[in-house]
Ligand binder design. Structure first.
Ligand code: HEC
Ligand code: HEC
Length: 446
């Protein structure tokens, strides 16, 4: 494993380890004992992740929204997913994949890239954190959000989550991890539960296996087709897709596998999505970094409209794209990138006088925040940066970023395409039985 990767990965583990050794018992544990504890925690986290009984409705688990068969992203093409005490509430944002978020740096307003010595003085602006607006840094702080959100798992208090865990099959593991009296203290028990989610999300085999065809290619073990090669070139070319500018495709200086994101937050001006119920209120805007879900940067108008650049690993398994799920195919995403400025009439609604309302999901006073780097550097009527065929080449390239490449099996593509539904169920069975998870079995090649 490359030095920087092991640093990143182990650091995540260190945090879990450090926390585990302190929380479990107020005395130092041996290294072996700590590792055992982390593996118990991850196992506990896995059990909790799939447990619908942890929601007020009894019908929603983490996995309902973060489906392992779709890279822990949304199971379907809905822009947002339902939740709430009776499952009648709809979410505000598209469900992100939980894969490859382990290496996200802590959120900062001023990010300096230590991997790039020459440019270490450059301020890359707001970067990092978890969720679309980077408002939490750690898995444990994030897990609290859906468990207690009235539009998601809708528990009314940490104590009610603890009570549900106490009644569940996971109770014994929580006792094993934190001692037989853990349920006597709701606060400690809740903290332990949150920590278990974080430990589970650090499992490399499930969340960051780096097992795509592109990883094999970087390791010199696979050859790209002509179309994939063209796609990679267009993805990287600053005068064409310029995608790699934000979705980094090259290994780090020490050979770290690329994450396909720089974790930066940017305002792309994605069209408003009328299918999100909250958007029926014309005065409601999801402004990302400056609120309303995130509250600490409300006074920073210069951040309004910014959302985190997601990893494009496994993005070809998704059927809903961008923070508000405005698009449902990679082709539309690509078309939006290259036609946003050359043909805005196609992407935005018009007012009564027939004038296009460009950037209709961002109030006028914030529109200076919109990104204008290539391919967003063109003007109305100019030729888009990519032709239809070039967009198809990039999509072919994006498909080799799906995990689970099996070069040994000549039929893997066909098998996987056919087996999508069935193998998702099989994967869930395996997960329940604690057997190794087979992400490749659920690949989609639409
Ligand atoms: C109702 C659907 C839903 C459920 C249930 C749900 N999530 Fe999420 N999850 C989301 C959405 C939507 C976001 C993005 C939230 C945002 O940007 O504010 C998200 C974000 C995340 C993130 C941050 C990922 C990133 O790319 O930054 C993590 C980690 C996560 N969820 C874990 C969990 C865990 C653990 C559970 C169960 C305790 C859970 N989720 C339950 C919908 C859901
Ligand atoms: C200026 C930085 C930047 C550039 C250049 C860029 N992206 Fe993005 N990308 C982002 C950000 C930020 C988002 C999230 C925006 C949002 O949801 O509002 C995003 C989202 C996406 C998504 C949706 C992923 C998901 O999980 O919903 C895809 C797919 C994508 N980009 C592909 C590309 C491709 C292909 C290119 C090149 C043609 C490209 N991007 C160029 C920053 C960038």
């Amino acid at each position: 494993m490359a030095p920087r990767l092991s640093h990143v990965v182990l650091c995540g583990l260190c945090l879990v380890l450090a926390a585990a050794s302190v929380t479990a018992a107020q005395r130092p544990l041996s290294r072996t004992a700590v590792y055992r504890q982390v593996s118990i925690l991850a196992e506990l986290g896995r059990g909790l992740f799939f447990d619908r009984a942890l929601s007020a409705s009894g019908r929603l688990s983490c996995a309902s929204c973060h489906d392992p068969a779709h890279a822990y992203g949304p199971p379907d093409d809905r822009a947002v997913e339902p939740g709430g005490t009776d499952m009648s509430k709809m979410g505000l944002r598209a469900v992100p994949s939980l894969k490859y978020v382990q290496a996200a740096p802590q959120f900062t307003e001023h990010y300096h890239d230590s991997d790039d010595d020459a440019d270490a003085s450059v301020d890359n602006g707001p970067t990092g954190g978890l969720t679309w607006d980077g408002r939490v840094d750690r898995g444990r702080d994030q897990a609290r959000l859906p468990l207690l959100s009235p539009i998601e798992m809708a528990n009314d208090s940490p104590a009610s989550v603890v009570a549900k865990v106490k009644r569940s099959a996971s109770a014994e593991l929580l006792r094993r991890a934190f001692g037989p009296k853990i349920f006597a203290d709701d606060e400690k028990a809740f903290a332990g539960i949150l920590q278990a989610f974080e430990a589970y999300e650090q499992r490399a085999s499930e969340f960051y296996p780096y097992s795509s065809k592109y990883d094999s290619y970087l390791a010199g073990k696979a050859k790209l087709t002509d179309q994939e090669t063209r796609g990679l070139g267009l993805f990287n070319d600053p005068a064409k897709g310029n995608c790699a500018h934000c979705h980094i495709s090259a290994p780090g200086r020490n050979g770290t596998p690329p994450q396909f994101t720089d974790y930066g937050l940017a305002a792309l001006g994605v069209p408003r999505n009328a299918t999100i119920p909250a958007n029926a209120d014309r005065d409601f805007y999801d402004l990302g970094l400056c609120g309303p879900l995130r509250t600490d940067l409300r006074d920073h108008g210069e951040y309004c409209g910014m959302f985190k650049s997601p990893s494009l690993r496994n993005t070809a398994m998704r059927r809903t794209f961008f923070h508000n799920g405005a698009f449902h195919s990679l082709k539309d995403v690509l078309r939006f990138y290259v036609e946003r400025d050359t043909n805005p009439d196609k992407w935005y609604p018009h007012n009564a006088e027939g004038a296009v309302r460009k950037f209709d999901d961002l109030p006028l006073q914030y529109q200076a925040n919109i990104n204008v780097e290539p391919p967003f550097d063109r003007h109305r009527g100019e030729t888009p940066a990519l032709s239809e065929a070039e967009m198809d080449d990039i999509i072919a390239f994006l498909q080799i970023l799906n995990d689970g490449y099996q070069p040994a099996s000549p039929t893997w593509r066909r098998d996987n395409r056919r087996a999508d539904g069935a193998s998702a169920a099989e994967n869930r069975r395996r997960l329940r039985r604690g057997e190794p998870f087979a992400p490749h079995a659920a690949q989609r090649f639409d």
